[in-house]
Design a protein around this ligand. Structure first.
Ligand code: SAM
Length: 283
């Protein structure tokens, strides 16, 4: 079965009376080059496991099943279950879980299915859940080695953005605190069925054993970052002193900024991750 072949995929879809849901972001991959780049870039091999989010018709799942020790794929759409039984029936190492990935207990799912084997997350994500899913994996420190995800180009730019520019924000800080991001490949709209309006990028986030910067209290640092970028037109001093996420007096912020040699009128977007960590420690 060559499910990435558009006529084969269409045939399987019609055979099961499936219709695409726009609201669930259902654009299935039909480009073998992109599929191979994802599998290779993800680092999945016969000694490691793949956790796929949103298998759709199983196009990517089939490639992962051939490359990995075992695969668990979490799919929200119940109407895809019979279709996935059909497209993945030949693989003994694939388990489909019919759940919303944002609601499922991922730590328990990983422990139950993969034990202590290394796990790589692979996902061609619906755009509306890209950021919440990535943040869930990072903030809850779900034990995975890497996340290889297909995202809108703008989201990939934000994840990899250096400080100072318009793309740099809370997502950049979280991604760069826990992982080292690397762009794997691009996927134009014609690589999908049906075609989306915008181009996508596959990005790999290599989760680090230790965060990339040292900080005493990371919850506090992320509250500061959230405050700084929640009101990014304000100066850092004003954004922090009026923040609903932290309660720190203006004078303490002023003296911390002075100790770091930073101007009182600086905006949060100018601070590097190391500077946010230092500020958090000083406050
Ligand atoms: N992986 C397939 C491929 O590459 O052809 C399908 C990718 S499609 C862009 C996204 C898939 O994610 C859809 O099958 C959709 O139903 C599923 N999905 C959407 N929201 C989800 C959620 N909250 N939890 C799990 N799966 C979800």
């Amino acid at each position: 079965m060559k499910l990435y072949n558009p006529s084969e995929l269409r045939q399987v879809i019609e055979m099961h009376g499936f219709s695409f849901s726009k609201s669930l972001g259902q654009n299935f991959l039909i480009d073998h080059g992109v599929l191979s780049d994802i599998v290779e870039g993800s680092g999945v091999d016969k000694s490691s496991c793949a956790l796929e989010i949103g298998p759709g018709a199983g196009v990517l799942t089939r490639e992962l099943a051939a490359a990995a020790k075992s695969v668990v794929a979490v799919e929200i759409d119940k109407s895809l279950m019979p279709l996935l039984d059909y497209t993945l029936g030949e693989f003994r190492n694939v388990t489909i879980v019919n759940e919303d990935v944002l609601k499922v207990d991922l730590k328990a799912l990983i422990k139950e299915n993969f034990g202590d084997a290394p796990v790589h997350v692979v996902a061609n994500l619906p755009y509306y859940i890209t950021t919440p899913i990535i943040m869930k994996f990072l903030e809850e420190e779900i034990p995975v080695k890497s996340l290889t995800v297909m995202v809108q180009k703008e989201v990939a730019d934000r994840m990899a953005a250096p400080p100072g520019g318009k793309d740099y924000g809370a997502l950049s800080a979280a991604v760069q605190f826990y992982t080292v991001p690397r762009i794997i490949t691009k996927a134009e709209p014609h690589c999908f069925m049906p075609q989306p309006k915008v181009a996508s990028v596959v990005i790999r986030l290599e989760v680090q054993d230790k965060p990339t910067v040292n900080v005493e209290n990371k919850e506090k640092m992320f509250a500061i970052i959230k405050s700084a970028f929640g009101q990014r037109r304000k100066t850092l001093l004003n954004a922090l002193s009026k923040s609903p996420y932290i309660n720190i007096g203006k004078d303490s912020i002023k003296s911390a900024l002075a100790e770091m040699g930073l101007d009182e009128n600086i905006r949060g977007e100018k601070l590097s991750l190391e500077q946010f960590a230092r500020l958090s420690d000083l406050l």
